[in-house]
Write a protein that binds this ligand. Structure first.
Ligand SMILES: Nc1nc2c(ncn2[C@@H]2O[C@H](COP(=O)(O)OP(=O)(O)O)[C@@H](O)[C@H]2O)c(=O)[nH]1
Ligand SMILES: [Mg+2]
Length: 217
């Protein structure tokens, strides 16, 4: 399982320079790029998170909420939301020398589910963003990753006017497996977003290693 993810992770170094000639090296100079999905309900802060942490100008495919979508996209409880991501967000962050993450923000609306399976190919893991005012909105993402056995962390995007929940409370409300981390974050803050991603890489590393040991034992 673990090797599969690594093989199919985005292989090229991002700027096309750092990885050249070093692909066999082990250690600091080896450039490893891993693919991470950022999922969660509509308006939960996926585009915001990818934009806050990305070192490259995030690629966004946003469209004005159209008249056609106005009855379909439920914007109740979502702040000042006038655009919606129709395809996905894309960004990159270097976690430490030689380790970059490519971030793919999944489409937030149910009618774009068909895009997920392709996005999920080769992903190391996922961040499921949650808004405690609309916790049910992240159920589909939680189910999706649980069923496909893709390691994920739940990141609670702490909107100021939302009641403060503890991580345990969110974990119980979402009926998460005990090992699934819940992290409180502010999607607008780079360090906070980075912390979420580090927790995910650590968690996914543990899950993938355990599976590897299972498969050889
Ligand atoms: N106050 C506050 N607003 C946020 C936060 N995260 C996102 N927003 C706002 O909420 C709206 C939806 O965020 P967006 O990233 O587009 O959601 P997406 O649909 O998940 O991509 C935007 O207007 C953001 O500016 C946050 O942590 N705090
Ligand atoms: Mg978005």
């Amino acid at each position: 399982m673990a090797t599969e993810s690594h093989e199919s992770a985005v292989g090229d170094s991002a700027d096309g320079s750092a990885g050249h000639g070093t692909s066999d090296a082990v250690g600091e100079s080896a450039a490893l790029a891993l693919k991470i999905l950022v999922a969660g309900g509509f308006g939960v802060g996926k585009t915001t998170l990818v934009g806050a942490v990305s070192e490259i100008r995030p690629l966004r495919t946003e469209e004005r909420l159209s008249q056609a979508g106005s009855g379909v996209d439920d914007t109740g409880g979502v702040d000042r939301k006038t655009t919606t991501t129709v395809a996905m967000d894309f960004g990159r962050i270097t976690i430490r020398t030689g380790l970059s993450l490519y971030l793919f923000g999944t489409p937030g609306q149910d009618r774009f589910w068909f895009l997920w399976d392709e996005l999920a190919q080769g992903a190391l893991g996922a961040v499921v963003l949650a808004d405690t005012r609309r916790l049910v909105d992240c159920f589909p993402a939680v189910d999706y990753f649980e069923h496909r056995r893709i390691p994920f962390v739940v990141a609670v995007n702490c909107f100021p006017d939302a009641r403060a929940y503890g991580a345990d409370e969110v974990s119980r409300a979402l009926d998460l497996d005990r090992g699934t981390p819940v992290v409180l974050c502010d999607a607008r803050d780079r360090d906070s977003g980075k912390e979420v991603l580090i927790r995910l890489v650590e968690h996914a590393g543990r899950v993938h290693s355990a599976r590897l040991l299972d498969s050889v034992g």
